[in-house]
Write a new protein. Structure first.
Length: 86
């Protein structure tokens, strides 16, 4: 795999974005305590990510799949929040 050399600005921006995402995930892990809270948060996140191309049916499919994975694999909300944030 070929690596790309980042400028200082690009590196700092990537680090800041990663730190912000980690901080957001840590906050969410402490505030989302039910499937309904996760569903509400995930819908808003997907709406922001996809804007005008947001598809409610596709969002429901993604959210249901993540909640099923949480249940089947014994995961916590933090884990499925991380999956959606990727």
């Amino acid at each position: 795999m070929k690596r790309r050399i980042l400028s200082i600005d690009e590196f700092v921006n990537e680090q800041l974005q990663a730190d912000k995402l980690a901080e957001e995930q840590a906050i969410l892990e402490g505030t989302i305590n039910s499937d309904e809270e996760f569903k509400s948060w995930a819908e808003e996140k997907l709406k922001k990510m996809h804007g005008d191309s947001y598809d409610q049916a596709k969002a429901d499919e993604v959210i249901t799949g993540l909640l099923k994975k949480k249940s089947d694999d014994g995961l916590d909300y933090g884990a499925i929040i991380g999956m959606l944030n990727k």
